[in-house]
Each structure stands twice: as structure tokens, then as C-alpha cells.
Design a protein around this ligand. Sequence first.
Ligand code: PLP
Length: 397
Amino acid sequence: MIYLDNSATSPIDEEVRDAMLPYLNEEFGNPSSKYYCKATNAKNAVEDAREKVAKLLGAEPEEIIFTASATESSNFIIKGYLDYRKFYGDGRNHVITSLVEHKATLNTCKYLNGELYSNNDPTTSLFGGKKKVDRGYEASFVGVNSDGEIDIEEISSAIKENTALVSMLYVNNEIGTISDVESVAEICKKNNIALHADLTQALGKSEINVKQMGIDYASCSAHKLYGPKGIGAAFMKADAYGIAPITAFMHGGEQEFGFRAGTHAVHNIVGFGKAAEIALRDLKKNKAHIKILDDMLIAGVSTIDGIHTTVDTSKRLPGIVSLVVDKSDFHNERFIKKVSEEVALSTGSACSAGEPSYVIQALGLADKVTKVLRVSINKYTTEKDIEKFIRLVKTKI
Ligand SMILES: Cc1ncc(COP(=O)(O)O)c(C=O)c1O
């Protein structure tokens, strides 16, 4: 089977797996324990991984907090930053985000805005109708242009006196569009607003430097860059006094500088570190490889009647290709099921697989939600895989 669903997750790199194994076997110590070598070995392994993840982000090791996922990182930062600023800072309690965020951000902001309490069940009262509650926070959701770029003018106009945070995607997980984080960072700085960027789809695939980009907080995850699942990181910018406090997400022990209680998943952290090291080492090579395949894929499908890319391909990070199959009898869900023995594809985000894509709707393509396919490439994908995929599309659509 050809695997073309890398935006959902990537295969684990063998080097990463090998680096993790000792920490699942003999090196099982708890890094928070003291003195004996299994504890210090575990602690050193965690700190070594922190350095490697920091380096990939262009950050300092003390600015990295390990979490269980990018979802957790975004929850921690958005909720934690707003809570701290509202109760311990200047009282600001408003977050601005976009309509095309991953659900990790979108639902976190909806939760703060009192629109939902769980992810699959909007706050519906016992008597029917939506129930909105007042959690003491506000959220605004801004739109995108037809290529999926987050609208900077809309962000500027959404700023209010109580705006504390802007939370935005850098590379969109469904369409690959890159949004202008640097310009938003400038606006935020002028207005004393912090900027959180979701770097999950970009890290390890394009050059990232949180300092140069003007980002204050960021989320990322190992399993998108050939690392293990269940481990993510939050970047928190430090100043001369260290990282400014925000409200912790997990309350309990003092792990992760007191921000994230819970015994470290050392094997996963080591895996993330190794994946980050490899991503930096091989960045140029992998980018060039993926670009060649991306060009080949787009050229190949453009010869097929009725298929076009969803957005301007020059606005994207190569590797995520969203296609519209404009044929009346085509249904994306049915198609990916039909070809599932031969190729792994998706209609959009794995975290929203049960519903029509809100990202495609935000582009103004509500009538095309059943026509869109997401094809995402990894460093192991070959030219033969792309040729096979194009043949399959030609014969089976
Ligand atoms: C842009 C983006 N943000 C956040 C996430 C969530 O990452 P995780 O699976 O680590 O929670 C994903 C995963 O698909 C993503 O693509």
C-alpha cells in the first residue's frame, strides 16, 4: 500500500526507534528520582532531547516544555496564558484565532468562549437548543482568503482593549497553505498581545526560527516528523528573567519547570529529540526530495480532466496537496474507502474525520466538501509511489 496520509502521522524513523529502545528496556529510571545512575541517565536523556528540540525550533532548551501532543501544548498555552493574564496580570481575557485552525486550537477557543464543553457534543441544554456559558473569556474567529491564508486585516480589526493572545496556524494541515506569522507578530508586538503559533505541520519540514519569526509561544508534535506518537512540546519565550509564568495545565508534581506535572515519558522524549536531530540534519535533502515529488504529483493530476488543486500551490508548503475532483458522481469518502487497500489518503484532518471539512468551507468551497482529497508526502515516498497514485486516480475516479 502507498502511504500518502503523512499529515495525519508519519512513519517512525528506524534511527528514532533504535534511540528509544534502551529507555524502554534497561534505562527505565525516573528522571525526577535522585543520585543513582538510572535516574541521572534518564534525566540526562530528557535534557539532551530538550536541547535537540530547542535547536530545531531556534529556541533555548529552557524554553521547551514537553507535553503529550501538540493538542495538549495548544490547550496548555491558550488556556494557561489567558488564565494567567486575566487573574494575575492586566485582566485581558480575549483570544483571536482563525476559522481554519486545527481543532486543538479551534475547540480550545470555543471552550473558553463558552460554546462547548466536550469535543463531540456542543453545549446543548436538556431542553434542546445551544447553551452558551460564561467562562469569563472571549474568543473571536477570523476568516481566510480563497487560498486559505489567514486574513491579517481581520486580525487587526478583531483586536480589542481586552485582547491578550492571537493563536494561529503556520502551515495548514488540510491544504498546506502558509500564513504570514511574521506580519501578525509585528501587529501583536505593537498591541502588547502575545502570539501563539501552531507549528505542528511545519516543524522539521521547513526552516523554523521562533525568534526570527517573532513567536512568543508555539506547539509541535513528534509524530509529524518521524518520531513517536504521544509526545509534543510547547515553546515559551524567555526574557532576561526566564519564561514568564502562565497557569499550569497539569497540576501535581514539579516536572517541566512546574508547568506540566506527571512522570516524564522518557522513551518518547528521547524519540522526539532524535527525530528533531535527524530533521535538522536532513532538512535540505528531505525538502528537495518532497518538492520533486510534489511537483510531479501536481503535474500528473493536472493532466486529468476535472481535477484541480484546491488552493494556489505556490502559497503552500510542498508535501500537502489538496485536490478537488469536480465530477458529479465523485464522493471523496467513498473513493478513499474504495482504494484503501492500495493507497492511504484522507479527505482532510484525521481529528475531524467524522464531519465535512470546515477548512474547505472557510475557503468558500462549501459545495466542494465531498470532492476534496488530501494527499500528503513523506521523506520515504518514491517517484514510483507518485506514478502509481496518478495511475490509480486516472483509472478509478
Ligand atoms: C496543525 C496541527 N495542529 C495540531 C495537531 C495535533 O497534533 P497531535 O496529534 O500531536 O495532538 C495536528 C495533528 O494533525 C495538526 O496537524
